[in-house]
Design a protein around this ligand. Structure first.
Ligand code: A3P
Length: 293
């Protein structure tokens, strides 16, 4: 397929978006969630694929080993609002999923989540990652993902990130919106990428208790090993190498998988400017992130 031009960013009900995530809006909003559906919600680059793979292994790792060898994670966990004509539609893929529960990926800001997820009280796993590593990861992703807007150079990308002019909007609004929602909803588990890096086993335990799963110690250990960065990077079904639109000559999808890589990108001046802006926007939020471990 000939590569279409990169999409333009536009304001959509106060949030920056591209047509690939708004063109199927009515079908997304009218999506009929089932009570056992599990939504994996993140701001882009927070470890969505990592957590998707963990959940898939928890639910289906023992049941269907052939699934692990033949279906890429991005197909096992459809991206609900993604709609690229002639290529992929998350809603259509979800309708065809034969297994249950369905694991569903979304990057939507909390106010855009289809109402059926709340009506059905579906379990939702939200993953957040510190802003500085998120913007670095996002920059490299937008360089290699030809279905994303042109990233421009690093400094202009960083300025746009601070202004919230990224696909799926402002990082601050995203993490704060979901955090506030979690205060009143027991069906949301709020995880941090940094915690997953620090102690994957502990976070696996949190996930299992939230989901009501009790894998054996051996199964847990198997999962822990399979989802290590280096193992996922080698695994064609988990490293997104089959995804369309990615140019791996520019950057790999499984890039570094670290906390603190921002220090290799931010100048001192950029870091100070970022911190000042962050402080203003996050002042009233009772939400703490770690930018180093
Ligand atoms: P980096 O670009 O910093 O390396 P998403 O899936 O939300 O797009 O997030 C992608 C980010 O998660 C990338 O970050 C990727 O390397 C990282 N990642 C994916 N799998 C990981 C794993 N098993 N361990 C640590 N980081 C992982």
């Amino acid at each position: 397929m000939e590569q279409p031009p990169r999409p333009k960013l536009f304001d959509f009900h106060g949030v920056s978006m591209t047509k690939y995530f708004t063109d199927n809006w009515d079908n997304v909003q009218n999506f009929k969630a089932r009570p056992d559906d599990i939504l994996i919600a993140t701001y882009p680059k927070a470890g969505t694929t990592w957590v998707s793979y963990i959940l898939d292994l928890l639910y289906f790792g023992q049941m269907s080993p052939e699934r692990q060898d033949s279906i890429p994670v991005c197909e096992r966990v459809p991206f609900m609002e993604l709609h690229v004509p002639g290529l992929r539609s998350g809603v259509d893929e979800l309708k065809k999923i034969p297994t249950s529960p369905r694991l569903i990926k979304t990057h939507l800001q909390v106010q855009f989540v289809p109402k059926s997820f709340w009506e059905q009280n579906c379990k939702i796993v939200y993953v957040a990652r510190n802003a500085k590593d998120s913007v670095v990861s996002f920059f490299h992703f937008d360089r290699m993902n030809l279905l994303q807007p042109e990233p421009g150079d690093w400094n202009s990308f960083l300025q746009r990130f601070m202004e919230g002019k990224m696909v799926f909007g402002s990082w601050c609004d995203h993490v704060k919106g979901w955090w506030e929602k979690k205060q009143t909803k027991s069906n949301i588990l709020y995880l941090f990428y940094e915690d997953l890096i620090e102690d994957t086993e502990r976070e696996l335990g949190r996930l299992c208790s939230f989901l009501g799963l009790s894998p054996t110690a051996e199964e847990r250990e198997q999962i822990r090993r399979k989802v290590l960065f280096d193992n996922m990077k080698k695994n064609k079904m988990a490293n997104c190498s089959t995804d369309e639109g990615y140019d791996f000559n520019i950057s790999p999808f499984m890039r570094k998988g670290k906390v603190g890589d921002w220090r290799n990108h931010f100048t001192v001046a950029q870091s100070e400017q970022f911190d000042e802006d962050y402080e203003k926007k996050m002042r009233n939020a009772d939400l703490q992130f770690r930018t180093v471990l």
